[in-house]
Write a protein that binds this ligand. Structure first.
Ligand SMILES: NC(=O)c1ccc[n+]([C@@H]2O[C@H](COP(=O)([O-])OP(=O)(O)OC[C@H]3O[C@@H](n4cnc5c(N)ncnc54)[C@H](O)[C@@H]3O)[C@@H](O)[C@H]2O)c1
Length: 354
């Protein structure tokens, strides 16, 4: 029996409570400390926590007895009973806490999008590499069972070349969901473009590499101050493929959360939508895979399980932070494309096509 990883969790909002519950149920983890600036959260009262997807039961308080409870995340990072620092605070605070944890030599799980800007994300990637400390970004869609399965099937070469791929991530409005409504402030969250759409951008980057250019359309300020609340982008790979992604948190709260993909390849089409996941072969065969393990229904479970297993076995988790930086660079190119109403080219040495 391995000694559990002692986890310190900074930020007990939607993602923090989600991670907390996953650690509590995991044999390789023991949460030893939490930090939050909100006194209610420090008492375990999470009744104000809201989410757009997969909300746990926050009406019941969390039992934090036996845990060290801090107001300042830096005190948690200094705690000798914390081996792994899990950062679930608003995006604009990721850089400061991630850099402090890495400077203290502690492995980090930092929620997506790793940082508010590509430059800040790059700082974290360099710091982790120089300190030789494992650092993982919470790019949970890479671990989401259907997405991970589809990625593997396409990257194996079995599906043939991607001819067309369309991704969608449409959330009901998250206005009022976050601590002091930080999601709605572009300077703090990066809007739906960074906070939500990045998941699909990162997936496209995993699937096809860096695009040559992006052409994006977007609408600002439907829900937020003046952030891009709805985006639609074409990613150009210098061939005849059509690769697009749409992301939005503009619809009213009554609209259900939707995430989907349709990847049409030479020999098969992979489709994930609210009616399930299917692989449709050109010869007429239809597969209905169920890649989710019963005890790991979401990418959050798989991601944390992967990290805990890696740390327990003295290995670094499989995650290139450079790729996360590149995904944020693509998002920033999309913002520029929306601003200038022009196609924006990405640096040619980074692009590649599978
Ligand atoms: N992977 C996913 O699917 C997913 C989904 C939602 C959110 N997220 C990410 O998780 C992170 C947190 O988002 P959320 O939805 O949980 O937000 P939230 O507003 O629900 O929670 C943020 C928490 O951080 C606390 N906090 C604020 N400032 C702090 C500080 N200086 N020190 C300590 N605690 C502080 C707040 O009190 C609150 O409890 C963000 O990076 C967000 O992008 C990821």
């Amino acid at each position: 029996m391995k000694t559990p990883v002692r986890v310190g969790l900074i930020g007990l909002g939607f993602m923090g409570t989600t991670h907390y519950r996953i650690y509590q149920a995991h044999p390789l983890a023991r949460v030893t400390a939490i930090a939050d600036v909100d006194p209610a959260k420090r008492r375990g009262d999470v009744s104000a926590v809201k989410a757009n997807i997969g909300e746990g039961d926050n009406t019941q308080p969390l039992d934090l007895s036996g845990l060290k409870v801090y107001e300042d995340g830096l005190d948690l990072i200094r705690d000798p009973d914390v081996d792994l620092v899990d950062i679930c605070v608003p995006v604009y605070l990721h850089h400061a806490f991630a850099m402090a944890a890495l400077a203290a030599g502690k492995p980090v799980l930092c929620e997506k999008p790793l940082a508010r800007t590509a430059q800040e994300a790059q700082d974290i990637a360099v710091a982790a590499q120089q300190a030789r400390v494992p650092c993982m970004a919470g790019m949970c869609v890479r671990y989401w069972p259907e997405y991970a399965h589809a990625l593997e099937r396409v990257l194996s070469g079995e599906a043939g070349r991607v001819r067309s791929a369309a991704f969608k991530r449409i959330s009901p409005s998250v206005d009022g969901n976050s601590w002091r409504n930080w999601f709605m402030q572009e300077a703090l969250s990066g809007g739906a473009l960074l906070d939500l759409h990045l998941h699909d951008v990162d997936f496209i980057r995993q699937l096809l590499g860096m695009p040559r250019s992006v052409t994006a359309f977007g609408v600002r300020g439907i829900r937020s101050d003046h952030a891009i609340d709805h985006v639609m982008t074409r990613y150009d790979y210098g061939d005849d493929s059509l690769v697009t992604a749409e992301g939005s948190w503009a619809p009213p709260k009554t609209v259900p959360f939707e995430m989907s993909f349709l990847i049409i390849c030479e020999r098969m089409t992979l489709r994930f939508a609210s009616d399930g996941y299917r692989i449709l072969h050109e010869d007429g065969r239809v597969e209905t895979p169920s890649p989710a393990a019963p005890d790991m229904p979401t990418g959050w479970h798989v991601e944390i399980d992967h990290l805990l297993n890696a740390l327990s076995n003295g290995r670094a988790p499989r995650m290139s932070l450079d790729e996360v930086v590149e995904a944020i660079q693509i998002v920033e190119a999309e913002a520029e494309s929306i601003e200038t109403q022009q196609t924006v080219h990405l640096s040619s040495e980074k692009e590649h096509h599978v």
